[in-house]
Ligand binder design. Sequence first.
Ligand code: SF4
Ligand code: SF4
Length: 458
Amino acid sequence: MDEPKKATEKAKQLIAMTVAKTRFLQPIQEAEIPVLQKALIIGGGIAGMTAALSLAEQGYETLLVEKESKLGGYLHKVYYTVDGIDIPLLMKQMIEKTSKHPLIKVYTASQVKSLKGYVGSYESEIQTPSGTISYSHGVIIVAVGADEYKPHTYHYAKDSRVLTQSELEKDLSVLKKEDIHDGETFVMIQCVESRDEKRPYCSRICCMQAVKNALKIKELNPRAEVFLIYRDLMTYGFKEKFYKDAREKGVMFLQYDPEKKPELEAKNGLVVKVYEPMIGELLKIPADHLILSTGLQPNPENHQIGKLLKVPVNDDGFFLEAHVKLRPVDFSTRGVFVAGNCHVPKFISESIYQAQAAAARAATILCKPTLKAEPNVAFVDDDFCSGCSICLSVCPYNAIERVEETKKEKTVIHAKVNEGLCQGCGTCVSACPSSAIQQRGFKDKQLLPMIEQITETT
Ligand code: SF4
Ligand code: SF4
């Protein structure tokens, strides 16, 4: 579009509107909020432990709450990585370091029951096996993880020869060379009950998990047969090298059309039938083992946690960051951060980097004794407020309360904004039928001249 005259006209109007508003501007005083220099971390997997250690090593007291009876989360289902990292050893070291750190207090088999307050000044009630405790803290990091999806198709849970990738990985971690015989056939199917209407997202990690397990089988017995049936293979970045290794070692990669998903015939033996589009034929592969790549599913409690912390969950059930590029580990609620698989399925290394980033962002709040409150907060003019409570019901951050007080021997009810909680979204201002609630920097008497200006000049 190349319309310089219209663009200049628009620029002039915008400047005129701003000048019209400027005449009514008033100084805004930023309130100072005291900061409790302590953190609460929800979730004790690799992301939660990394964030806790990172904050504790910077000198901040951290309380780590894990709902299971032991720390580790999804790491308990990972036994090795494709580049040879011993995950059980890494997990043992992390758990030991976290549990023994003098600034980290760990509560397992525990859950956050309630939360009050705002950035810099939260008060949580935590249900622990020995009773409820309360904890005051300035920031929160959510790292509640995700779990492997258990499928309902391909005779899973009915036939012991049908396993998920994590279950195969567990078996492979203890098998010896002699346990896999020549010609023993493993057929892997990717994207099982994934990337469809019900679970439309890609879990990103399962293609690499399949390649990793295929390489492990070939390492144990190069004469074993591995067929990997995929939709699109997501071995991105330098992981492409392992895909090439697998091909060179004889792993057979077959693509399938999502409209013609592989089928299983399970009578005496297992036979996987797949239409191969390149050769245009239906292949029948007899299998000793059928391995299903099902990806990760979000924690079913994410919605409940999201409600408690006033942070959003996306349509897939994972937590949604404030901005994918500009604020990738922040929630839109100030002082609350996200890390690990509860945000989106990711590799262990990515969870560690994200947890370090979340801890660094949390430290930007914890490092000072006070914090400047959001300047453009809402406020109520008590003289106009009828106490109808409409603003309370629309505020997405529960920043407004109903106050009852006695004025000139009369009981009056009105709304009151908690400036620590208010995020300056303006929703309450547009809902108030009495124009009693206004937003600093966007008062009616500042906005109306802008509208008048534009209507005069058009
Ligand atoms: S501006 Fe938004 S966050 Fe603040 S009180 Fe109004 S509705 Fe709540
Ligand atoms: S909506 Fe307006 S009038 Fe009603 S309680 Fe809120 S500020 Fe008062």
